[in-house]
Ligand binder design. Structure first.
Ligand code: GSH
Length: 211
């Protein structure tokens, strides 16, 4: 079988690509990766040529082209069911937390863009950003199974989806509750994340320094 191809954005900045890539890694699926540099006047054209979603990540598999990190994660979970918790209640909760991450926290995402190479430095956070940070920590606290370092014990899609948030908290030097900090430390010391980060730190694309 030909390997699926995951089209991703710059590893340093593309948080949605990171999520899909982590999920495929955790699924144990062998895949090729193709970097689509997220800059240049022809970016929209290049993304449109890739998929009707006009964004990365994009998964090419058996002649089909699929987009959106959550759809790609669900595709992977069909082959690797361990990506969601085994218990039905926990599984529904993990999907709720993942969907919340996928659709929310615009203030944090807008003000604290992901930059894996950023030296930790605090900025003046907007009120809405502070509210997002408090909501995320409360959500983690509400759903955490306390059964291991990850939200639902063993690593799940929810953890892949929160990994870019953990790095934003690191990069913008955001003080966290002890349990939230421990969770972020677990996400940021995950070997697959560290593999991605290693590549991100040596990327040489043109970039503008995030605030
Ligand atoms: N909801 C989409 C969002 C994907 C997304 O916004 N990707 C960014 C890169 S992280 C992108 O392709 N930006 C280019 C653009 O919007 O022109 C997903 O979950 O995959």
């Amino acid at each position: 079988m030909t390997r699926p191809v995951l089209h991703i954005g710059n590893k340093r900045y593309s948080s949605w690509s990171l999520r899909a890539w982590l999920v495929l890694r955790k699924a144990g699926i062998e895949f090729e990766e193709n970097m689509v540099p997220l800059h240049g006047d022809d970016l929209r054209q290049r993304l449109s040529a890739l998929s009707p979603g006009h964004t990365v990540p994009v998964l090419e598999w058996q002649g089909g082209v699929f987009w959106d990190s959550l759809a790609i994660a669900e595709w992977a979970a069909e082959q690797a069911p361990h990506l969601w918790p085994r218990d039905a209640q926990q599984r529904a909760l993990a999907r709720s937390a993942t969907a919340r991450m996928h659709s929310s926290f615009m203030a944090l995402r807008g003000q604290c863009s992901m930059d894996l190479a950023r030296t930790p430095k605090a900025i003046g956070l907007k009120e809405e950003t502070r509210a997002d940070i408090a909501t995320i920590q409360a959500l983690w606290n509400d759903v955490a199974s306390m059964d291991g370092p990850f939200l639902f014990g063993t690593y799940s899609i929810a953890d892949a989806f929160f990994t870019p948030v953990a790095d934003r908290f690191r990069a913008y030097d955001i003080p966290l509750h002890a349990s939230a900090q421990a969770y972020c430390d677990a996400l940021l010391s995950d070997p697959d994340f560290l593999d991605w980060r290693k590549d991100a730190l040596v990327e040489t694309f043109p970039y503008s320094e995030a605030q």
